[in-house]
Design a protein around this ligand. Structure first.
Ligand code: ADP
Length: 437
């Protein structure tokens, strides 16, 4: 009896424990469920908020958006403030740049010189100012995108644009608006893909230059006749009849010859200056080199060793008389500025780019380096006395320079005092012709 009571009690206790345990488990489960729900809601809220801040930052990064100052604390606010500050700085900087660009454009637009931005690849007009419209007859916006060569046609402009020469302006270009309007064009590096062409009205300058040229040509021409008469009479004088006159007559003949040469050189120079192109043909170099040798030998009178090296085996395309005049000026200088027993070598060779080069090398006095940039100027002499003594007019190298420029060639000078000089006429491949023999 007692035993069954005990058992019943134990059983009831266990049942109670079980109920309590289940109740506790249910309560904990419910609690956990609620907690999870709260956690889920909280996480969703945090995610939505983060997404919203991220969206704001991305809107800030899009720089077309109107910006607002950021208030608040935390990582997102710090990030937004940073982006806001960057964007504000960038906007201020770009506003400054736009203002600067406008000022530059304004300055370029009001400049009296024409300014044109041209693409380097196809010479197409990208931008031009008011003066360019006036000077070249350009039309906005129709001329945009057209080639500069359509406005200024001709091989001279084409060659100049192709050369990319930013050092020397192209002078005396006729305006397409009016033939009498003379322009100078200057090429400037604007960007890796574009040139800036500056167009200047040089009509007045060209007119003055023409007056100067005409004056020199007229004076030279007027001097020619009296000089021929003086020269003629001097030649007729026989100093043998009165030997005391012999030195004076000799000196007078020498001076009148110098003057004749000076007048001839001045006339040649003004003729070259007034021409934009020459009558051109194939110049056969073999007979020309033989003539140069003959001239050198006549001038040297056996005092120098003269060598002609014809390595190019090609001819030149150009003006025969003018090229001959340029080459013989260089040969004459080499003989005149080389002491007795020296050597003069004329070498005609090809250049690596397919062009040709006629070099006159001497073992003469040489030219100090500081004089080299100026020796092609009219009447510029390194030593006036030596030039006069040797019968120089001071115009030889100016003639050479002009002849070469009319052939799109260049003069290269290499000289060392006491060792000699090399004057080389360099021609582009377009001037080379195969030899006809
Ligand atoms: P010039 O008639 O006086 O020779 P150029 O114009 O031919 O005038 O030459 C200008 C100057 O350059 C000369 O006066 C001379 O001083 C110098 N020069 C020219 N060629 C040579 C040369 N081969 N060697 C040394 N000096 C030279």
């Amino acid at each position: 009896m007692r035993r069954s009571l005990l058992m019943r009690l134990a059983w009831r206790q266990s049942l109670l424990r079980l109920v309590l345990f289940y109740a506790a488990a249910v309560a904990i489960g419910l609690l956990l469920h609620r907690l999870l729900e709260v956690l889920l809601v909280a996480t969703t809220l945090v995610a939505v908020r983060s997404y919203w801040r991220l969206y704001r930052v991305s809107r800030f990064l899009d720089w077309r958006q109107q910006l607002h100052a950021v208030h608040g604390q935390g990582l997102w606010a710090a990030l937004e403030t940073l982006v806001y500050r960057r964007q504000t700085d960038n906007r201020a900087r770009s506003r400054r740049l736009v203002r600067l660009l406008r000022a530059y454009r304004q300055a370029a637009a009001t400049m009296p010189d024409g300014a044109i931005v041209v693409s380097r690849s196809e010479n197409r007009l990208i931008w031009f100012n008011k003066s360019a419209r006036r000077l070249l007859g350009l039309n906005y916006p129709h001329s945009l995108g057209t080639s500069l060569l359509a406005t200024l046609p001709g091989p001279r402009i084409e060659q100049w644009l192709r050369s990319g020469n930013t050092d020397d302006p192209l002078m005396d270009v006729a305006s397409p608006v009016d033939e009498n309007l003379r322009l100078s064009l200057r090429l400037l590096r604007y960007s890796p893909e574009e040139w800036l062409v500056v167009v200047r009205d040089v009509t007045q300058l060209m007119r003055l230059e023409q007056v100067r040229r005409d004056f020199v040509a007229n004076v030279s021409h007027e001097l020619r006749t009296p000089l021929t008469v003086v020269h003629g009479y001097l030649d007729m004088m026989e100093p043998e009849d009165s030997p005391e006159w012999a030195p004076m007559v000799g000196e007078m003949r020498k001076q009148s010859q110098r003057m004749t040469q000076l007048v001839e050189d001045l006339l040649t120079l003004s003729r070259l200056e007034s021409q934009q192109s020459l009558t051109e043909e194939t110049v056969t170099m073999e007979p020309l080199l033989i003539t140069l040798r003959r001239e050198a030998e006549a001038l040297s009178q056996g005092r120098h060793r003269i060598v002609i090296e014809d390595e190019a085996r090609c001819d030149l395309f150009g003006a025969d008389k003018e090229l001959h005049s340029a080459f013989s000026n260089l040969v004459s200088n080499a003989i005149r500025y080389t002491p007795n027993e020296g050597s003069v070598t004329v070498r005609f060779s090809r250049t690596p780019d397919g062009g040709a080069r006629l070099a006159v090398q001497d073992s003469g006095y040489g030219i100090p380096a500081q004089h080299l940039p100026r020796i092609t100027e009219r009447f510029y002499r390194v030593s006036t006395s030596r030039s006069r003594e040797s019968g120089g007019t001071g115009l030889g190298l100016s003639i050479v320079k002009h002849v070469l420029s009319l052939h799109q060639g260049r003069l290269e000078v290499d000289s060392e005092v006491g060792r000699g000089s090399t004057f080389a006429c360099v021609f582009g491949p377009e001037r080379v012709r195969p030899r006809q023999s």
